[in-house]
Design a protein around this ligand. Structure first.
Ligand code: 13P
Length: 288
C-alpha cells in the first residue's frame, strides 16, 4: 500500500477511542522494525521524522525513497503515514515537496498571530495535495543540554483558534515533555485536556512525549480525545540497551570480522518489542 495521509486513520481512532502510535525513525533498521510490527499486528502507524533525523538520513528525498521501497518490498498492507515531526516552516515545505504524506508545523514558539498565519498557509498547501497537517499550541518541554523544562499547558481558546484553521490534528501541551520525566513530574493535566477537547470537538488530539507516561494516564488521555501518541526516546533506550548487551556479551567477536548486520539485529528486535507493547497499550492492534 502506498503512503497515506494520517487523516482517515486518526478520525477512525478518535471515533473508536484508541490512538495511533507515531514512532520516530532514525535509520533503516528502525524503519523496517516498525513497519514489520505494524503489519504483523494489523495496526495503522505513523513514521515520524525529526529535522535532525532527516539530515542524518541524507535528506527527505532519501527517506521517501527508503520508505516507499520498504512498503513495496515488505508487502506492507496496513495504512502508513510518513510525517515530519516538529517541523519548521521551511522544513514542512521541503517535506511536502519531497513526498511526505503528513507534516507537523511547530509554530508554538511564534506569537500566536504568526503561528496562525503560517499554519493557514501550510494548511492550504497540504489540503491541495491531500496531506495531513499537525499544529502545536503550548510548547512541549523536555530535556535540552541536561536542563529539564516543564511542559506548558495550552490555552483551550488558542487551541480552538488553531483547530479552526483546518489542521488535521492538534498537539496541545498538557504538562507532557519529551524524553524522561523527572521524579517530581506533576503528571498530565486532564483538566486542560478535557477543556481542550470541549472546545475542539472531533479534532484528533496528539500527545507528544509518549515515553514514560504511566499506562493509566495514557488510557485516560485516549478516553479524553487523544488519538495519536508520539514515542521516540523509549525506542532509543531499547535500541541502545540491546546493542550494549550484545557487545558486552562479545557476540560480535566471532573471528569473522565485524558484521554490522549482526551488531544492529538485537537493537532492531528491541524496537519491535517496544512498538508492539505501545500498539497494544494504545489499542491500535487489529484496527488497520
Ligand atoms: P519521547 O521522546 O518522549 O518519546 O517523545 C517523542 C515525541 O513526542 C516526538 O515528537
Amino acid at each position: 500500500m502506498a503512503l497515506v495521509s494520517a487523516a482517515e486513520m486518526l478520525t477512525k481512532a478518535k471515533a473508536g477511542k484508541y490512538a495511533v502510535g507515531q514512532f520516530n525513525i532514525n535509520n533503516l533498521e528502525w524503519t523496517k522494525s516498525i513497519l514489520l510490527t505494524a503489519e504483523e499486528l494489523k495496526s495503522p502507524v505513523i513514521l515520524g521524522v525529526s529535522e535532525g533525523a532527516g539530515k542524518y538520513m541524507c535528506g527527505y528525498k532519501t527517506i521517501v525513497g527508503m520508505v516507499n521501497g520498504m512498503l513495496e518490498e515488505l508487502n506492507i498492507t496496513v495504512p502508513v503515514a510518513l510525517h515530519l515531526d516538529h517541523g519548521s516552516y521551511e522544513g514542512a515545505k521541503a517535506c511536502i515537496a519531497a513526498g511526505f504524506s503528513s507534516v507537523m508545523f511547530d509554530g508554538s514558539h511564534y506569537p500566536i498571530e504568526e503561528n496562525v498565519e503560517k499554519t493557514k498557509e501550510l494548511v492550504a498547501e497540504c489540503k491541495a495535495k491531500g496531506l495531513s497537517i499537525e499544529a502545536e499550541v503550548g510548547s512541549i518541554g523536555g530535556e535540552e543540554d541536561g536542563v529539564i523544562g516543564a511542559g506548558e499547558c495550552a490555552d483551550p481558546e488558542e487551541c480552538k483558534m488553531v483547530a479552526d484553521l483546518g489542521v488535521t490534528m492538534l498537539a496541545a501541551g498538557i504538562g507532557n515533555i519529551h524524553g524522561k520525566y523527572p521524579e517530581n513530574w506533576a503528571g498530565l493535566s486532564f483538566e486542560t485536556l478535557d477543556a481542550i477537547q470541549a472546545k475542539t470537538g472531533d479534532m484528533p488530539l496528539v500527545l507528544h512525549g509518549g515515553t514514560g507516561i504511566p499506562a493509566d494516564m495514557i488510557k485516560k488521555a485516549i478516553s479524553l480525545g487523544v488519538a495519536k501518541i508520539n514515542v521516540n526516546t523509549e525506542c532509543q533506550l531499547a535500541f541502545q540497551e540491546a546493542t550494549r548487551k550484545y557487545i558486552e556479551e562479545g557476540k560480535d567477536l566471532q573471528g569473522k570480522g565485524f558484521d554490522p548486520r549482526k551488531l544492529l539485529a538485537p537493537g532492531a528486535e528491541a524496537i519491535k518489542a517496544t512498538v508492539k507493547e505501545k500498539m497494544e497499550l494504545f489499542g491500535s492492534v487489529g484496527k488497520a
